[in-house]
Design a protein around this ligand. Structure first.
Ligand code: PHB
Length: 404
């Protein structure tokens, strides 16, 4: 492939946000180049959450990345809380008329990559972006923005673009192109992490189980009818290998048990163990001149509400139609509104994720007052249909403007 030196949209980052954006733009006839620093195998093996909101499912359908999802994804109508041994069921489909889909981010990314390569569109792996430059200033069609990168053979290149989209994650280079005095950041680091496992064990229940126990949080999720994905709250800095398989299963069983003995955990060989810290982060605005930030490059949520991927997808859906309107008719209003529109949803996601996180975990420094507040919150969910509906609406995701 010859190295292009000009495109309409330079997309820094080939994760789900960058890849989906490239597809949405392609459908509108807009040219883009996706630059990804990691090799393809790494991108395709990264374990992340796996709950897709209805709008995320729609976006994958729109770009034609739905065949394997429909075949192998698991539609879920609800989920359960296990609170100190008591079960509270949230029937999302009944309360909101919508379901979610269990389909892992890793699988989404594999389909988006395969489709992009099939189309012969540009997606460069092992490509380190060195700098994003010349993004100050108004929109124009003169390719004034510049991305400097090093390709997999070590050679340095320049790519000129009309706009640059930073979809390169929390540690990416794109956000650094915004001067410090032009961005405001908000941050919260939580005093606990998640030990996550993948296991060859059938899911213990048809739906996800979010447990609060005096030992801390646990989550039972799944990847397929034969693979369990599960998480335990652990102290920050925990080494995953310090937990034996048996200790993990015993602790999952303890934290998810129901008082009436009606819940049994399925066990099996653990094939993957990792520890993830928990953080909330927002950078605003999500635009600086010709640079637009999307997904984790602009905002991070703790994984408890499974919102990370869904927020990233919502960002690029808004961005794709705004870029489309600008290219088709010169109308810049969508791009001018992008940051504000995206941030409204982002803050809803931040609040929901924080709520789920603080309600279900036990902070090491929590006092009995904090404990009673969390329990009262969970009791409210159990007893009030209005409150349960609110949780269900947030979980299944708020439609984009114009959707139902
Ligand atoms: C997952 O399956 O990895 C998962 C599910 C739900 C969450 C977080 C992670 O809230």
């Amino acid at each position: 492939m010859t190295t292009p030196d000009r495109t309409t949209v330079a997309i820094v980052g080939g994760g789900p946000a960058g890849l989906l954006l490239a597809h949405l733009l392609h459908r509108r006839g807009i040219d883009s180049v996706v630059l990804e620093s990691r090799p393809r195998e790494r991108v395709e093996s990264r374990q992340r959450a796996g709950i897709l909101e209805h709008g995320t499912v729609d976006a994958l359908r729109e770009v034609g990345a739905d065949a394997r999802m429909d075949e192998k994804g698991l539609p879920h109508d609800g989920f359960a809380f296990h609170v100190h041994g008591e079960r509270v069921h949230v029937d999302m489909a009944e309360l909101t008329g919508r379901a979610v889909m269990i389909w892992a981010q890793t699988e989404v990314v594999k389909d988006l990559i395969a489709l992009r390569l099939e189309q012969g569109e540009r997606l460069l792996f092992d490509t380190e972006v060195l700098a994003v430059e010349k993004v100050d200033g108004p929109l124009s069609r003169d390719g004034e923005a510049l991305v400097r990168y090093r390709s997999d053979d070590g050679a340095e290149h320049e790519l000129r673009a009309d706009v640059v989209v930073g979809a390169d994650g929390f540690h990416g280079v794109a956000r650094r192109a915004v001067p410090d005095d032009a961005v405001r950041t908000y941050e919260r680091v939580y005093p606990y992490s998640w030990l996550g496992i993948l296991a060859d064990a059938p899911p213990s229940s048809d739906e996800l189980v979010y447990a609060r126990h005096e030992n801390g949080f646990a989550l039972l999720s799944m990847r397929s009818p034969s693979v369990t994905r599960a998480y335990l709250q652990v102290p920050n800095g925990t080494d995953p290998s310090s937990w034996s398989d048996e200790e993990i299963w015993d602790e999952l069983a303890t934290r998810t048990a129901l008082g009436d003995g009606s819940f049994t955990l399925n066990r099996g060989p653990i094939t993957d163990k990792s520890v993830t810290p928990m953080r909330s982060f927002v950078a605003e605005p999500m635009r600086h001149g010709r640079l637009f930030l999307a997904g984790d490059a602009a905002h991070i949520v703790p994984p408890t509400g499974a919102k990370g991927l869904n927020l990233a997808v919502a960002d690029v859906r808004v961005l794709a139609s705004a870029i489309g309107a600008w290219r088709e008719s010169g109308d810049e209003s969508g791009l001018d509104a992008y940051s504000e529109v995206a941030l409204r949803r982002v803050w809803r996601g931040e609040h929901f994720s924080w709520t789920m996180t603080t309600m279900l975990h036990r902070a090491p420094d929590a006092d009995p007052f904090d404990e009673q507040l969390a329990l009262s919150h969970l009791r409210l969910i159990a007893e009030s249909t209005a409150y349960r509906t609110s949780i269900a609406e947030n979980y299944r995701g708020v439609p984009l403007a114009g959707e139902h």
